[in-house]
Design a protein around this ligand. Sequence first.
Ligand SMILES: Cc1cc2nc3c(=O)[nH]c(=O)nc-3n(C[C@H](O)[C@H](O)[C@H](O)COP(=O)(O)O)c2cc1C
Length: 187
Amino acid sequence: MKILAFAASNSSTSINQRLARHVARRIPGVEVETLDLNDYEMPIFSEQRERRSGQPAEARDFYRKLGEADALVISFAEHNGTYTAAWKNLLDWTSRIDRRFFQQKPALYLGTSPGGGGAQSVLSQATASAPHFGAEVVASVSVPRFQDSYDGARDFVADPAIDRELAQAAALLAERMGLREIRRLAS
Ligand SMILES: Cc1cc2nc3c(=O)[nH]c(=O)nc-3n(C[C@H](O)[C@H](O)[C@H](O)COP(=O)(O)O)c2cc1C
């Protein structure tokens, strides 16, 4: 069983990447593969480019990676209330291969920011549009004030309410993947 975990961000110090990896690793007995959006950088999508050159190899690789996973953990960074440009470009290119590019994978959607908003705006948009793109979101969790909520040195969620929410979300994903020991995960 393999979980593909990544941030919808191209920041080399992405807090969403750390969150996605942390939550995916809470599910025991699965392989966790992480993705870096910088490996999928492409020219900005345009219909003319697409007609001229077809689908870039990066979009095809990304689509294949999604298809090979059993489940997804995606954490959305928020830029000006919405997706980062890096994620939107990758989404646009990949949606032209297959509009339902998430290929009906079960997914955990997360979002975090340094401030109190917790990337809630982009997380709501991503969750609402997930069925359109073929993702089956089992839970979505916003983590406000990442630097206060998460202790990176100990890989530990310091806020007990958020920790519980993340545990329950991980348990739901594990259950959807047919994994056992779900009660222990959620407690
Ligand atoms: C151009 C830009 C716009 C931003 N807009 C928002 C925003 O609308 N809401 C928010 O909570 N944070 C916003 N931020 C702060 C990001 O949440 C912060 O940079 C965060 O670290 C991004 O996640 P990442 O580290 O995973 O890339 C913005 C940052 C940048 C650079």
